[in-house]
Ligand binder design. Structure first.
Ligand code: HPA
Length: 295
């Protein structure tokens, strides 16, 4: 019985690995660009992918085993091209747990990027500002996170081809990249802050009581994404930079209701600053991670 159960679970994980390989092969067949950096563009920030030179756009529905983007403000395609002379792959729209996807489905693209040989990821998101020092539209470098989503992409049978099971998360957001982003912000006159991102399941926004709780446990920002991707990236040894855009102050901070339209609108409003910041950091991160072929 035990032997049978073991066999069964290793078979199902083999499927995931093969699915990743199939998706990676498909993307390789569509472009000769071998990306050095992966970018995940959060709500309202997807416009950045339109800045890539010689873009190859691949809708998610064409990529084997990819989920579909159902969230408004998320285009739902991969864009592979060059930015500031560096080969990058950008997700114009991500998958979220609140869409009903499993953590494994949400993390699938990140694992595909690793199969493509990408060693660094810049994960961006829209977030509510809990820290009262933040203002709407601020860009914040994520220093660490608190996973309150109740899910983790590493659950399930162990498959060492995906990396070890019990991974260290003491520096999930690579310190030299955080520093590099803070320095770039300073050069651009932005004075970026660093903060702790609390990830919740969503899709309802938080109550003011929940925001007070999150502040008490040390969170500066709150959002509904990013954490599954970070965990999968770390399992594969990718270096992560996380950037939040404070699209709104969190529930109860200001005397007004939250809405998704405001989140998207603020994201679009900071697009210029966001692009300027990425123009500074991407070449440095790409130089640290020359594109390699998948191993
Ligand atoms: N809460 C959760 N997720 C968010 C918010 C928020 O206030 N703003 C943007 N994403």
């Amino acid at each position: 019985m035990t032997v049978k159960a073991t066999l069964k679970s290793s078979e199902s994980k083999m499927d995931l690995f093969n699915q990743l390989e199939e998706a990676a092969q498909f993307i390789r067949s569509r472009t000769a660009v071998r990306p050095a950096v992966a970018l995940v563009l959060g709500s309202g920030l997807g416009g950045f992918a339109d800045e890539l030179i010689e873009p190859v756009k691949v809708p998610y529905e064409e990529i084997p085993h990819f989920a579909r983007s159902t969230a408004i403000g998320h285009e739902g395609r991969l864009v592979v091209g060059k930015f500031a002379g560096c080969p990058v792959v950008a997700m114009q729209g991500r998958f979220h747990l609140y869409e009903g996807y499993s953590a494994e489905q949400v993390a699938f693209p990140t694992r595909v990027f690793a199969r493509l040989g990408v060693r660094a990821a810049i994960l961006t998101n829209a977030a509510g500002g809990i820290n009262l020092e933040y203002g709407q539209s601020a860009l914040v470098v994520i220093r660490d996170h608190i996973n309150l989503q109740g899910q983790n992409p590493l659950t399930g049978p162990e498959d060492l081809r995906l990396g070890p099971r019990f991974i260290d998360m003491s520096e999930a957001y690579y310190k030299p990249y955080r520093q590099l982003a803070l320095d770039a912000g300073r050069r651009l006159g932005m004075e970026l802050k660093e903060g702790i991102y609390a990830g919740l399941l969503g899709p309802s926004y938080e109550t003011p009581a929940e925001i007070r709780f999150l502040r008490a446990i040390g969170a500066d920002l709150v959002g509904m994404s990013t954490i599954p991707e970070v965990i999968a990236a770390r399992q594969l040894g990718m270096k992560v930079l996380g950037i939040s855009c404070v699209t709104n102050m969190a529930a109860g901070v200001l005397d007004k209701p939250l809405n998704h339209e405001e989140v998207l609108e603020t994201g679009r409003r900071v697009a210029g600053q966001f692009k300027a910041l990425l123009r500074e950091v991407i070449p440095e991160i790409a130089a640290d991670n020359p594109a390699t072929d998948a191993r």
